[in-house]
Design a binder for this molecule. Structure first.
Ligand code: PEP
Ligand code: MG
Length: 544
Protein backbone atom coordinates (compact mmCIF):
# COMPACT_ATOMS: atom_id res chain seq x y z
CA UNK A 1 0.00 0.00 0.00
CA UNK A 2 1.19 3.52 -0.76
CA UNK A 3 -0.45 6.67 0.58
CA UNK A 4 -0.57 10.00 -1.29
CA UNK A 5 -1.97 13.22 0.11
CA UNK A 6 -3.52 16.13 -1.72
CA UNK A 7 -6.38 18.46 -0.96
CA UNK A 8 -9.81 16.92 -0.44
CA UNK A 9 -12.49 19.00 -2.14
CA UNK A 10 -15.59 16.97 -1.39
CA UNK A 11 -15.98 14.95 1.77
CA UNK A 12 -16.85 11.36 0.93
CA UNK A 13 -15.00 8.05 0.61
CA UNK A 14 -14.71 6.07 -2.64
CA UNK A 15 -13.27 2.62 -3.16
CA UNK A 16 -12.66 1.21 -6.63
CA UNK A 17 -10.42 0.78 -9.65
CA UNK A 18 -8.23 3.48 -11.13
CA UNK A 19 -8.83 4.69 -14.64
CA UNK A 20 -6.35 7.12 -16.14
CA UNK A 21 -7.89 9.93 -18.14
CA UNK A 22 -6.27 10.05 -21.59
CA UNK A 23 -6.14 13.59 -22.87
CA UNK A 24 -7.30 14.50 -26.35
CA UNK A 25 -4.33 14.52 -28.72
CA UNK A 26 -3.69 18.17 -29.52
CA UNK A 27 -0.13 17.93 -30.82
CA UNK A 28 0.35 20.57 -33.44
CA UNK A 29 2.81 20.83 -36.33
CA UNK A 30 3.68 24.02 -38.17
CA UNK A 31 2.78 23.49 -41.84
CA UNK A 32 3.28 26.01 -44.62
CA UNK A 33 0.10 26.62 -46.64
CA UNK A 34 -0.73 28.72 -49.68
CA UNK A 35 -4.51 28.98 -49.50
CA UNK A 36 -5.06 31.16 -46.42
CA UNK A 37 -8.79 31.53 -47.12
CA UNK A 38 -9.25 27.77 -46.99
CA UNK A 39 -7.44 27.67 -43.60
CA UNK A 40 -9.63 30.43 -42.23
CA UNK A 41 -12.70 28.53 -43.43
CA UNK A 42 -11.40 25.43 -41.57
CA UNK A 43 -11.14 27.51 -38.37
CA UNK A 44 -14.69 28.73 -38.88
CA UNK A 45 -16.16 25.25 -39.15
CA UNK A 46 -14.03 23.91 -36.26
CA UNK A 47 -15.35 26.78 -34.15
CA UNK A 48 -18.92 25.97 -35.13
CA UNK A 49 -18.40 22.35 -34.12
CA UNK A 50 -16.84 23.52 -30.84
CA UNK A 51 -19.80 25.77 -30.07
CA UNK A 52 -22.19 22.88 -30.67
CA UNK A 53 -20.19 20.61 -28.34
CA UNK A 54 -19.97 23.32 -25.68
CA UNK A 55 -23.71 23.91 -25.90
CA UNK A 56 -24.27 20.19 -25.21
CA UNK A 57 -21.80 20.27 -22.29
CA UNK A 58 -23.51 23.40 -20.95
CA UNK A 59 -26.87 21.65 -20.99
CA UNK A 60 -25.42 18.58 -19.26
CA UNK A 61 -23.76 20.79 -16.63
CA UNK A 62 -26.99 22.71 -16.11
CA UNK A 63 -28.72 19.45 -15.15
CA UNK A 64 -25.89 18.05 -13.07
CA UNK A 65 -24.29 21.02 -11.31
CA UNK A 66 -26.75 23.91 -11.60
CA UNK A 67 -26.80 27.21 -13.41
CA UNK A 68 -24.03 29.02 -11.54
CA UNK A 69 -21.53 26.28 -12.20
CA UNK A 70 -22.66 25.70 -15.76
CA UNK A 71 -21.93 29.36 -16.53
CA UNK A 72 -18.28 28.54 -17.17
CA UNK A 73 -19.31 26.89 -20.45
CA UNK A 74 -21.27 29.96 -21.47
CA UNK A 75 -18.08 31.91 -20.86
CA UNK A 76 -16.23 29.40 -23.06
CA UNK A 77 -18.74 29.95 -25.86
CA UNK A 78 -18.30 33.70 -25.50
CA UNK A 79 -14.53 33.33 -25.58
CA UNK A 80 -14.85 31.47 -28.89
CA UNK A 81 -16.42 34.62 -30.33
CA UNK A 82 -13.89 37.00 -28.81
CA UNK A 83 -12.77 39.48 -31.47
CA UNK A 84 -9.13 39.79 -30.35
CA UNK A 85 -8.76 36.03 -30.11
CA UNK A 86 -10.19 35.46 -33.61
CA UNK A 87 -8.23 38.32 -35.15
CA UNK A 88 -5.04 36.87 -33.74
CA UNK A 89 -5.72 33.46 -35.35
CA UNK A 90 -6.52 35.02 -38.73
CA UNK A 91 -3.48 37.31 -38.61
CA UNK A 92 -1.13 34.43 -37.89
CA UNK A 93 -2.59 32.40 -40.79
CA UNK A 94 -2.41 35.38 -43.13
CA UNK A 95 1.00 36.80 -42.26
CA UNK A 96 2.88 33.56 -41.59
CA UNK A 97 1.06 31.40 -44.19
CA UNK A 98 0.63 28.61 -41.67
CA UNK A 99 -1.99 25.95 -40.95
CA UNK A 100 -5.02 26.68 -38.76
CA UNK A 101 -3.94 24.30 -35.96
CA UNK A 102 -0.65 26.12 -35.53
CA UNK A 103 -2.32 29.57 -35.56
CA UNK A 104 -4.79 28.47 -32.87
CA UNK A 105 -2.04 26.94 -30.70
CA UNK A 106 0.14 30.08 -30.88
CA UNK A 107 -2.85 32.31 -30.11
CA UNK A 108 -3.76 30.09 -27.15
CA UNK A 109 -0.22 30.33 -25.74
CA UNK A 110 -0.12 34.12 -26.14
CA UNK A 111 -3.52 34.67 -24.56
CA UNK A 112 -2.87 32.23 -21.72
CA UNK A 113 0.38 33.97 -20.93
CA UNK A 114 -1.32 37.36 -21.00
CA UNK A 115 -4.04 36.17 -18.59
CA UNK A 116 -1.54 34.49 -16.26
CA UNK A 117 0.46 37.68 -15.90
CA UNK A 118 -2.56 39.73 -14.77
CA UNK A 119 -2.92 40.74 -11.12
CA UNK A 120 -6.53 39.73 -10.80
CA UNK A 121 -6.95 36.09 -9.69
CA UNK A 122 -10.16 35.80 -11.70
CA UNK A 123 -8.38 36.82 -14.90
CA UNK A 124 -5.46 34.50 -14.13
CA UNK A 125 -7.88 31.60 -13.99
CA UNK A 126 -9.01 32.46 -17.54
CA UNK A 127 -5.64 31.14 -18.83
CA UNK A 128 -6.86 27.57 -18.31
CA UNK A 129 -10.13 28.40 -20.05
CA UNK A 130 -8.48 29.82 -23.16
CA UNK A 131 -6.32 26.67 -23.39
CA UNK A 132 -9.38 24.52 -22.96
CA UNK A 133 -11.34 26.13 -25.81
CA UNK A 134 -8.27 26.25 -28.07
CA UNK A 135 -7.60 22.54 -27.54
CA UNK A 136 -11.17 21.89 -28.50
CA UNK A 137 -10.81 23.85 -31.75
CA UNK A 138 -7.54 22.05 -32.52
CA UNK A 139 -9.12 18.65 -31.86
CA UNK A 140 -11.96 19.55 -34.19
CA UNK A 141 -9.45 20.67 -36.83
CA UNK A 142 -7.44 17.45 -36.44
CA UNK A 143 -10.48 15.27 -36.19
CA UNK A 144 -9.01 13.65 -33.05
CA UNK A 145 -11.28 11.83 -30.64
CA UNK A 146 -12.30 13.52 -27.39
CA UNK A 147 -10.28 12.63 -24.31
CA UNK A 148 -11.61 10.02 -21.94
CA UNK A 149 -11.03 6.77 -20.11
CA UNK A 150 -10.73 3.20 -21.40
CA UNK A 151 -12.15 1.40 -18.38
CA UNK A 152 -15.54 -0.27 -18.26
CA UNK A 153 -17.86 0.20 -15.27
CA UNK A 154 -17.28 2.45 -12.27
CA UNK A 155 -13.93 4.12 -11.87
CA UNK A 156 -11.70 6.48 -9.92
CA UNK A 157 -10.69 8.94 -12.62
CA UNK A 158 -7.06 10.01 -12.33
CA UNK A 159 -5.30 12.66 -14.37
CA UNK A 160 -2.51 15.16 -14.39
CA UNK A 161 -5.20 17.85 -14.27
CA UNK A 162 -8.71 18.01 -15.69
CA UNK A 163 -10.29 20.86 -17.62
CA UNK A 164 -13.84 21.77 -16.56
CA UNK A 165 -15.21 20.50 -19.88
CA UNK A 166 -13.44 17.16 -19.39
CA UNK A 167 -14.84 16.86 -15.87
CA UNK A 168 -18.41 17.49 -16.96
CA UNK A 169 -18.15 15.33 -20.10
CA UNK A 170 -17.51 12.20 -18.03
CA UNK A 171 -20.44 9.96 -17.30
CA UNK A 172 -21.23 11.05 -13.74
CA UNK A 173 -22.84 7.73 -12.85
CA UNK A 174 -19.60 5.89 -13.54
CA UNK A 175 -17.24 8.24 -11.68
CA UNK A 176 -16.53 7.14 -8.12
CA UNK A 177 -13.93 9.85 -7.47
CA UNK A 178 -11.50 12.26 -9.11
CA UNK A 179 -7.81 12.43 -8.27
CA UNK A 180 -5.52 14.88 -10.02
CA UNK A 181 -1.77 15.22 -9.62
CA UNK A 182 -1.95 19.00 -10.05
CA UNK A 183 -4.51 21.77 -10.03
CA UNK A 184 -5.93 24.03 -7.39
CA UNK A 185 -8.67 23.23 -4.95
CA UNK A 186 -10.38 26.43 -6.08
CA UNK A 187 -10.29 25.52 -9.76
CA UNK A 188 -13.53 25.11 -11.62
CA UNK A 189 -12.84 21.39 -11.81
CA UNK A 190 -12.73 21.18 -8.03
CA UNK A 191 -15.93 23.20 -7.75
CA UNK A 192 -17.65 21.01 -10.30
CA UNK A 193 -16.57 17.85 -8.45
CA UNK A 194 -17.93 19.30 -5.24
CA UNK A 195 -21.20 20.13 -6.88
CA UNK A 196 -21.48 16.73 -8.50
CA UNK A 197 -21.11 15.26 -4.97
CA UNK A 198 -18.12 13.28 -6.09
CA UNK A 199 -15.17 12.84 -3.71
CA UNK A 200 -12.10 14.45 -5.17
CA UNK A 201 -8.49 14.92 -4.23
CA UNK A 202 -6.57 17.63 -6.02
CA UNK A 203 -2.78 17.89 -6.12
CA UNK A 204 -1.81 14.32 -5.20
CA UNK A 205 1.58 14.99 -6.84
CA UNK A 206 3.71 13.73 -9.74
CA UNK A 207 4.74 10.60 -7.88
CA UNK A 208 1.10 9.54 -7.72
CA UNK A 209 0.77 9.69 -11.50
CA UNK A 210 4.01 7.82 -11.98
CA UNK A 211 2.89 4.95 -9.71
CA UNK A 212 -0.62 4.23 -10.95
CA UNK A 213 -1.91 1.93 -13.69
CA UNK A 214 -5.36 1.37 -15.11
CA UNK A 215 -7.18 -1.16 -12.95
CA UNK A 216 -5.17 -0.62 -9.74
CA UNK A 217 -7.29 -0.67 -6.61
CA UNK A 218 -7.47 2.58 -4.62
CA UNK A 219 -9.37 4.31 -1.85
CA UNK A 220 -10.00 8.05 -2.02
CA UNK A 221 -10.79 9.84 1.23
CA UNK A 222 -12.18 13.23 0.21
CA UNK A 223 -12.40 14.27 3.88
CA UNK A 224 -8.68 14.05 4.54
CA UNK A 225 -7.34 14.35 0.98
CA UNK A 226 -5.69 10.92 1.25
CA UNK A 227 -5.43 8.40 -1.57
CA UNK A 228 -4.43 4.82 -0.72
CA UNK A 229 -3.04 2.87 -3.64
CA UNK A 230 -3.43 -0.93 -3.32
CA UNK A 231 -4.77 -0.57 0.26
CA UNK A 232 -4.09 -3.25 2.86
CA UNK A 233 -6.96 -5.07 4.58
CA UNK A 234 -6.95 -2.98 7.76
CA UNK A 235 -7.10 0.31 5.81
CA UNK A 236 -9.83 -1.10 3.61
CA UNK A 237 -11.90 -2.12 6.60
CA UNK A 238 -11.42 1.22 8.34
CA UNK A 239 -12.41 3.27 5.30
CA UNK A 240 -15.30 1.01 4.34
CA UNK A 241 -16.88 1.65 7.72
CA UNK A 242 -16.14 5.39 7.41
CA UNK A 243 -17.87 5.30 4.01
CA UNK A 244 -20.86 3.43 5.40
CA UNK A 245 -21.32 5.86 8.30
CA UNK A 246 -21.00 8.86 6.00
CA UNK A 247 -23.51 7.51 3.48
CA UNK A 248 -26.02 6.76 6.20
CA UNK A 249 -25.65 10.28 7.60
CA UNK A 250 -26.05 11.87 4.17
CA UNK A 251 -29.07 9.72 3.33
CA UNK A 252 -30.83 10.81 6.50
CA UNK A 253 -29.99 14.44 5.99
CA UNK A 254 -31.04 14.52 2.33
CA UNK A 255 -34.58 13.86 3.53
CA UNK A 256 -34.47 17.27 5.22
CA UNK A 257 -33.72 19.26 2.09
CA UNK A 258 -36.44 21.73 1.21
CA UNK A 259 -38.00 21.34 4.69
CA UNK A 260 -38.60 24.32 6.98
CA UNK A 261 -36.46 25.16 10.02
CA UNK A 262 -39.40 24.91 12.38
CA UNK A 263 -39.81 23.44 15.85
CA UNK A 264 -42.60 21.01 16.74
CA UNK A 265 -44.57 23.90 18.25
CA UNK A 266 -44.12 26.14 15.21
CA UNK A 267 -41.17 28.45 16.06
CA UNK A 268 -39.13 29.28 12.97
CA UNK A 269 -35.45 30.12 12.76
CA UNK A 270 -33.09 30.98 9.90
CA UNK A 271 -30.23 28.57 9.30
CA UNK A 272 -27.50 30.18 7.23
CA UNK A 273 -24.01 29.09 6.26
CA UNK A 274 -20.48 30.36 6.94
CA UNK A 275 -18.07 30.64 4.03
CA UNK A 276 -14.54 31.86 3.40
CA UNK A 277 -14.68 32.13 -0.36
CA UNK A 278 -17.14 32.50 -3.20
CA UNK A 279 -16.15 29.00 -4.23
CA UNK A 280 -17.87 27.58 -1.14
CA UNK A 281 -21.27 28.74 -2.39
CA UNK A 282 -21.87 25.44 -4.20
CA UNK A 283 -21.79 23.73 -0.79
CA UNK A 284 -24.13 26.39 0.67
CA UNK A 285 -26.74 25.69 -2.01
CA UNK A 286 -26.21 21.94 -1.93
CA UNK A 287 -26.89 21.90 1.81
CA UNK A 288 -29.95 24.08 1.39
CA UNK A 289 -28.86 26.96 3.64
CA UNK A 290 -31.29 29.90 3.71
CA UNK A 291 -28.50 32.44 3.23
CA UNK A 292 -24.92 33.23 4.12
CA UNK A 293 -24.59 34.38 7.71
CA UNK A 294 -20.83 34.93 7.68
CA UNK A 295 -18.64 35.50 4.64
CA UNK A 296 -15.15 35.82 6.12
CA UNK A 297 -13.87 38.39 3.63
CA UNK A 298 -10.35 38.29 5.06
CA UNK A 299 -9.66 35.20 2.96
CA UNK A 300 -9.65 37.48 -0.11
CA UNK A 301 -6.75 39.27 1.56
CA UNK A 302 -5.05 36.11 2.80
CA UNK A 303 -5.06 34.57 -0.69
CA UNK A 304 -3.55 37.66 -2.29
CA UNK A 305 0.05 38.81 -2.35
CA UNK A 306 -0.99 42.49 -2.14
CA UNK A 307 -4.11 44.44 -1.14
CA UNK A 308 -7.06 43.18 -3.20
CA UNK A 309 -8.32 46.03 -5.38
CA UNK A 310 -11.82 47.49 -5.19
CA UNK A 311 -12.55 45.81 -8.53
CA UNK A 312 -11.34 42.40 -7.36
CA UNK A 313 -13.46 42.63 -4.23
CA UNK A 314 -16.47 43.94 -6.12
CA UNK A 315 -16.29 40.93 -8.49
CA UNK A 316 -16.16 38.46 -5.59
CA UNK A 317 -19.01 40.08 -3.61
CA UNK A 318 -21.15 40.45 -6.74
CA UNK A 319 -20.64 36.77 -7.55
CA UNK A 320 -21.67 35.78 -4.03
CA UNK A 321 -24.80 37.93 -4.15
CA UNK A 322 -25.81 36.81 -7.63
CA UNK A 323 -25.25 33.14 -6.84
CA UNK A 324 -27.45 33.42 -3.75
CA UNK A 325 -30.20 34.91 -5.92
CA UNK A 326 -31.84 37.27 -3.43
CA UNK A 327 -31.13 35.23 -0.29
CA UNK A 328 -29.38 37.08 2.51
CA UNK A 329 -25.59 37.37 2.21
CA UNK A 330 -23.80 38.82 5.25
CA UNK A 331 -20.26 39.83 4.45
CA UNK A 332 -17.97 40.57 7.37
CA UNK A 333 -15.42 43.29 6.80
CA UNK A 334 -11.75 42.52 7.10
CA UNK A 335 -10.89 40.57 10.26
CA UNK A 336 -7.13 40.34 9.99
CA UNK A 337 -4.54 40.19 12.78
CA UNK A 338 -4.05 37.76 15.70
CA UNK A 339 -4.15 34.26 14.15
CA UNK A 340 -4.70 35.64 10.62
CA UNK A 341 -1.50 37.35 9.52
CA UNK A 342 -0.89 38.81 6.07
CA UNK A 343 2.68 39.83 5.21
CA UNK A 344 1.85 42.84 3.08
CA UNK A 345 -0.04 44.47 5.97
CA UNK A 346 3.34 44.65 7.72
CA UNK A 347 1.82 44.36 11.17
CA UNK A 348 4.23 44.71 14.04
CA UNK A 349 4.95 41.70 16.24
CA UNK A 350 2.84 41.98 19.38
CA UNK A 351 3.07 40.53 22.86
CA UNK A 352 -0.65 39.66 22.89
CA UNK A 353 -1.89 39.64 19.29
CA UNK A 354 -5.41 38.45 20.20
CA UNK A 355 -5.74 41.60 22.31
CA UNK A 356 -3.91 43.72 19.81
CA UNK A 357 -4.08 45.50 16.52
CA UNK A 358 -6.69 43.50 14.63
CA UNK A 359 -9.99 43.55 12.75
CA UNK A 360 -11.96 46.79 13.11
CA UNK A 361 -9.00 48.43 14.85
CA UNK A 362 -7.00 48.12 11.62
CA UNK A 363 -9.94 49.31 9.53
CA UNK A 364 -10.55 52.41 11.64
CA UNK A 365 -6.89 53.40 11.67
CA UNK A 366 -6.16 52.58 8.04
CA UNK A 367 -9.26 54.13 6.47
CA UNK A 368 -8.05 53.69 2.88
CA UNK A 369 -8.26 49.88 3.29
CA UNK A 370 -11.68 50.12 4.95
CA UNK A 371 -13.10 52.53 2.37
CA UNK A 372 -11.94 50.37 -0.55
CA UNK A 373 -13.75 47.40 0.94
CA UNK A 374 -16.89 49.39 1.74
CA UNK A 375 -17.02 50.87 -1.77
CA UNK A 376 -16.78 47.36 -3.25
CA UNK A 377 -19.49 46.13 -0.89
CA UNK A 378 -21.95 48.95 -1.53
CA UNK A 379 -21.36 48.75 -5.29
CA UNK A 380 -22.09 45.01 -5.18
CA UNK A 381 -25.20 45.56 -3.03
CA UNK A 382 -27.44 46.11 -6.07
CA UNK A 383 -26.92 42.46 -7.10
CA UNK A 384 -28.73 40.87 -4.16
CA UNK A 385 -29.66 41.05 -0.49
CA UNK A 386 -26.54 42.27 1.32
CA UNK A 387 -25.79 42.67 5.02
CA UNK A 388 -22.45 44.07 6.16
CA UNK A 389 -21.09 43.20 9.58
CA UNK A 390 -18.17 44.51 11.57
CA UNK A 391 -15.91 42.36 13.78
CA UNK A 392 -14.34 42.90 17.22
CA UNK A 393 -16.56 45.74 18.36
CA UNK A 394 -16.03 46.97 21.93
CA UNK A 395 -17.57 50.44 22.07
CA UNK A 396 -20.33 52.80 20.99
CA UNK A 397 -17.82 55.23 19.49
CA UNK A 398 -16.46 52.56 17.15
CA UNK A 399 -19.95 51.91 15.82
CA UNK A 400 -20.58 55.66 15.46
CA UNK A 401 -17.39 56.00 13.41
CA UNK A 402 -18.29 52.98 11.25
CA UNK A 403 -21.77 54.32 10.53
CA UNK A 404 -20.31 57.72 9.64
CA UNK A 405 -17.79 56.16 7.24
CA UNK A 406 -20.53 54.07 5.61
CA UNK A 407 -22.50 57.29 5.10
CA UNK A 408 -19.48 58.99 3.53
CA UNK A 409 -18.87 56.06 1.18
CA UNK A 410 -22.50 56.04 0.08
CA UNK A 411 -22.44 59.82 -0.48
CA UNK A 412 -19.28 59.51 -2.56
CA UNK A 413 -20.85 56.79 -4.73
CA UNK A 414 -23.94 58.93 -5.19
CA UNK A 415 -21.85 61.92 -6.34
CA UNK A 416 -20.09 59.64 -8.80
CA UNK A 417 -23.40 58.35 -10.12
CA UNK A 418 -22.62 54.79 -8.98
CA UNK A 419 -25.60 52.71 -7.89
CA UNK A 420 -25.93 51.05 -4.48
CA UNK A 421 -28.84 49.53 -2.59
CA UNK A 422 -30.59 51.58 0.11
CA UNK A 423 -31.60 48.45 2.00
CA UNK A 424 -28.21 47.07 3.03
CA UNK A 425 -28.45 45.91 6.67
CA UNK A 426 -25.58 46.89 8.96
CA UNK A 427 -24.69 44.68 11.89
CA UNK A 428 -21.95 44.07 14.40
CA UNK A 429 -20.36 40.99 15.83
CA UNK A 430 -20.81 40.37 19.51
CA UNK A 431 -17.51 38.68 20.21
CA UNK A 432 -16.11 40.68 23.10
CA UNK A 433 -17.64 40.72 26.60
CA UNK A 434 -17.69 44.53 26.30
CA UNK A 435 -20.01 44.42 23.29
CA UNK A 436 -22.37 41.99 25.03
CA UNK A 437 -22.43 44.05 28.24
CA UNK A 438 -23.27 47.29 26.41
CA UNK A 439 -25.54 45.55 23.89
CA UNK A 440 -28.43 47.75 25.13
CA UNK A 441 -26.54 50.78 23.80
CA UNK A 442 -25.32 49.10 20.60
CA UNK A 443 -28.59 47.51 19.50
CA UNK A 444 -30.40 50.77 18.61
CA UNK A 445 -27.50 51.68 16.31
CA UNK A 446 -27.63 48.59 14.07
CA UNK A 447 -29.96 46.22 12.23
CA UNK A 448 -28.53 43.04 13.68
CA UNK A 449 -26.06 41.33 15.98
CA UNK A 450 -24.12 38.20 15.17
CA UNK A 451 -22.48 36.43 18.07
CA UNK A 452 -18.94 35.22 17.39
CA UNK A 453 -18.76 32.56 20.05
CA UNK A 454 -15.19 31.57 19.16
CA UNK A 455 -13.80 34.91 20.26
CA UNK A 456 -16.50 35.60 22.84
CA UNK A 457 -15.48 32.40 24.64
CA UNK A 458 -11.79 33.23 24.34
CA UNK A 459 -12.20 36.72 25.80
CA UNK A 460 -14.80 35.85 28.43
CA UNK A 461 -12.88 32.90 29.83
CA UNK A 462 -9.44 34.43 29.23
CA UNK A 463 -8.59 31.32 27.23
CA UNK A 464 -6.39 31.60 24.13
CA UNK A 465 -8.31 29.81 21.36
CA UNK A 466 -5.03 28.92 19.66
CA UNK A 467 -3.52 27.09 22.62
CA UNK A 468 -4.40 23.36 22.66
CA UNK A 469 -2.88 22.91 26.12
CA UNK A 470 -5.67 24.84 27.83
CA UNK A 471 -8.55 23.34 25.89
CA UNK A 472 -9.92 21.72 29.07
CA UNK A 473 -10.42 25.21 30.58
CA UNK A 474 -12.10 26.56 27.48
CA UNK A 475 -15.64 25.48 28.28
CA UNK A 476 -17.80 26.75 25.42
CA UNK A 477 -20.92 25.92 27.44
CA UNK A 478 -19.72 28.10 30.33
CA UNK A 479 -22.58 29.92 31.98
CA UNK A 480 -20.81 33.26 31.57
CA UNK A 481 -20.74 32.88 27.80
CA UNK A 482 -24.37 31.76 27.63
CA UNK A 483 -25.50 34.63 29.87
CA UNK A 484 -23.75 37.15 27.61
CA UNK A 485 -25.52 35.69 24.57
CA UNK A 486 -28.87 35.80 26.35
CA UNK A 487 -28.30 39.38 27.45
CA UNK A 488 -27.43 40.39 23.88
CA UNK A 489 -30.55 38.64 22.54
CA UNK A 490 -32.80 40.49 24.98
CA UNK A 491 -31.23 43.84 24.17
CA UNK A 492 -31.38 43.20 20.43
CA UNK A 493 -35.07 42.41 20.53
CA UNK A 494 -35.94 45.30 22.86
CA UNK A 495 -34.44 47.62 20.26
CA UNK A 496 -35.87 46.09 17.09
CA UNK A 497 -32.68 44.35 15.98
CA UNK A 498 -32.38 40.67 15.16
CA UNK A 499 -29.65 38.39 16.48
CA UNK A 500 -27.78 35.41 15.07
CA UNK A 501 -24.86 33.25 16.12
CA UNK A 502 -22.07 32.58 13.64
CA UNK A 503 -19.33 31.10 15.85
CA UNK A 504 -18.76 27.34 15.98
CA UNK A 505 -21.19 27.01 18.88
CA UNK A 506 -24.08 27.64 16.47
CA UNK A 507 -23.60 24.09 15.16
CA UNK A 508 -23.57 22.50 18.61
CA UNK A 509 -26.93 20.77 18.57
CA UNK A 510 -26.85 20.15 22.33
CA UNK A 511 -27.42 23.93 22.63
CA UNK A 512 -29.93 24.45 19.84
CA UNK A 513 -32.88 24.36 22.24
CA UNK A 514 -31.13 26.80 24.62
CA UNK A 515 -30.55 29.22 21.74
CA UNK A 516 -34.13 28.93 20.54
CA UNK A 517 -35.40 29.62 24.06
CA UNK A 518 -33.22 32.74 24.17
CA UNK A 519 -34.97 33.90 21.00
CA UNK A 520 -31.97 33.63 18.68
CA UNK A 521 -33.25 34.39 15.16
CA UNK A 522 -30.50 32.86 13.07
CA UNK A 523 -27.80 30.21 13.35
CA UNK A 524 -24.98 30.33 10.83
CA UNK A 525 -22.89 27.18 10.52
CA UNK A 526 -20.50 25.43 8.13
CA UNK A 527 -22.48 24.35 5.05
CA UNK A 528 -22.20 20.66 5.95
CA UNK A 529 -23.88 21.28 9.33
CA UNK A 530 -26.97 23.07 8.00
CA UNK A 531 -29.10 19.94 7.70
CA UNK A 532 -27.87 18.56 11.02
CA UNK A 533 -29.02 21.75 12.78
CA UNK A 534 -32.31 21.69 10.84
CA UNK A 535 -32.84 18.15 12.08
CA UNK A 536 -32.26 19.30 15.68
CA UNK A 537 -34.62 22.28 15.32
CA UNK A 538 -37.39 20.07 13.91
CA UNK A 539 -37.23 17.80 16.95
CA UNK A 540 -37.50 20.54 19.58
CA UNK A 541 -40.72 21.40 21.38
CA UNK A 542 -40.60 24.82 23.06
CA UNK A 543 -44.15 24.58 24.40
CA UNK A 544 -43.15 22.21 27.21
C1 PEP B 1 -16.02 34.05 16.11
O1 PEP B 1 -15.13 34.64 16.71
O2 PEP B 1 -16.84 33.29 16.65
C2 PEP B 1 -16.15 34.19 14.64
C3 PEP B 1 -17.18 33.74 13.98
O3 PEP B 1 -15.13 34.82 13.99
P1 PEP B 1 -13.72 34.11 13.65
O4 PEP B 1 -13.83 32.65 14.04
O5 PEP B 1 -13.49 34.31 12.19
O6 PEP B 1 -12.79 34.88 14.51
MG1 MG C 1 -14.02 36.24 15.72
Amino acid sequence: MVKFTGKGVYGAVAIGKISIFKKQDVTVKRVHINDTDAEKARVKSAKEASTEQLQAIYEKALKEVGETNAQIFEIHMMMLEDEDYNESIENIIETQKVNAEYAVAVTADNFAEMFSSMDDAYMQARAADVKDISNRIIANLNGTAAGGTDTEGKMIVCADDLAPSETVSLDKDRVLAFVTAHGSSNSHTAILARNMNIPAVIGAGDDFLARINDGDEAIVDGFTGEVFLNPDDATKERLLSKQKADEEKKRLLQKLKGKENITLDGTKINIYANIGSVDNIGAVLLNDAGGIGLFRSEFLYLENSSYPTEEQQFTAYKRALESMAGKKVIIRTLDIGADKQVDYFELKKEENPALGYRAIRICLTRPEIFRTQLRALFRASVYGNLGIMFPMITSVSEVERIIAICGEVRAELKTQGIAYSESVELGIMIETPAAAIISDKLAPMVDFFSVGTNDLTQYTLACDRQNPDIEQFCDTHHEAVLRLIEMSAENAHKNGAWIGICGELAADTTLTETFLRMGIDELSVSPTFVLKVRDAVRNIDLST
